[in-house]
Ligand binder design. Structure first.
Ligand code: GDP
Length: 320
């Protein structure tokens, strides 16, 4: 690992964000020279700005970890912004990468790209087998286009790239804003606040039946850096996850347990459930990453996240 990255120039879009900062930390630890484009300097939705970024900071590897994204709430509230910003940013970065002769592009995709109505665990081969779930189509489809672009750009321009498909992330530094957050951050905030206020009950969205898979953000960064080194097949994306499904009800019970909250839980079935199940098959991940699997189990990751959130509440709440 160290040998591979030593002396490499890597640009990480989204490198100051929730996931990206952990990717940067690891790459620097392995001896890479990392550049993180900041929004005030480079508007990555514009092609000329992507070009300027890659020409001013030539790189061997481009990790595209920037995204405008969030949970089921923002997918309902801002479908057009999710669509436009992610689609155009991804397309322009790939175009700039081939014009600037970047050695390899690592695109960070999402489990929202999978067909939303499949029953079993999601295998890479299933990616093209059906429509995205309506609740996340505007985000899921735009990221999926990067996989199409990767194959086309390899064939016509010889650009090397890979497409990594991530499951739901959680951890310190996530978005804890209820209008944007995913379920773990949303519930951590609700539980800590209810505990502080001694509130008699907490409202949780949906029925509690949907199954999700959760990966601790630092584990995910480990996998991405490993895959950036070892995985090279542009024709097949690679899933990054735990492979473990947890119902929202089980998640709620675990958070309840870790926080020690003693009030009632009110399920609001008027709020959307989203996909019935979203769990990745990680068989290929284990094989391609030399047997790696995420070391942090859900309970341990939640305990770390909750204690971080308690200690950094004002800062966490101020973030969009
Ligand atoms: P998804 O994985 O793309 O569907 O997005 P989310 O992480 O936002 O939601 C996952 C599941 O958690 C859905 O079934 C939601 O209904 C459920 N959920 C329960 N309470 C909440 C909440 O307070 N916020 C969010 N975002 N989801 C919640």
């Amino acid at each position: 690992m160290k040998g591979f990255w030593s002396g490499k120039r890597v640009t990480v879009t989204g490198g100051s964000g929730f996931l990206g900062q952990h990717i940067v930390k690891r790459l620097e630890g392995y001896g890479a020279t990392v550049f993180v484009p900041r929004q005030k300097d480079y508007n990555l939705v514009a092609l000329d700005s992507c070009m300027r970024c890659l020409l001013e900071h030539p790189c061997d590897v481009l990790v595209h970890a920037a995204a405008y994204y969030g949970g089921i709430g923002i997918n309902q509230a801002e479908p057009a912004k999710l669509y436009y910003s992610n689609l155009v940013m991804g397309a322009n970065l790939m175009e700039a990468a081939r014009l600037a002769n970047v050695g390899k592009v690592v695109n960070i995709g999402t489990a929202c790209s999978y067909p939303g109505y499949l029953e079993g665990d999601l295998k890479e081969e299933d990616l093209w087998g059906g429509a995205c779930h309506a609740s996340v189509v505007n985000y899921g489809l735009t990221k999926k286009m990067l996989a199409v672009q990767g194959v086309a750009y390899k064939r016509q321009y010889g650009l090397d790239s890979i497409h990594l498909i991530l499951t739901n992330l959680y951890g310190p530094g996530d978005s804890y804003n209820p209008d944007r957050s995913h379920v773990v951050a949303a519930l951590v905030r609700k539980w800590v606040e209810a505990d502080l206020a001694k509130a008699p009950s907490i409202e949780v969205w949906g029925t509690g039946k949907p199954i999700r898979e959760f990966i601790y953000v630092e584990d995910c960064a480990d996998a991405i850096v490993l895959a950036a080194e070892k995985y090279n097949d542009v024709n097949l994306p690679l899933n990054i996850g735990t492979g473990i499904g947890t119902s929202i009800r089980e998640l709620v019970e675990t958070i309840n347990d870790v926080t020690g909250y003693a009030g009632k839980i009110a399920w609001n079935a008027d709020k959307p459930d989203g996909a019935v199940k979203k769990v990745l098959d990680v068989t290929r991940m284990r094989r391609e990453l030399d047997g790696w699997s995420p070391p942090t189990d859900l309970r341990a990751g939640l305990a770390k996240t909750i204690s971080w959130y308690r200690a950094n509440k004002a800062q966490a709440d101020a973030k969009w």
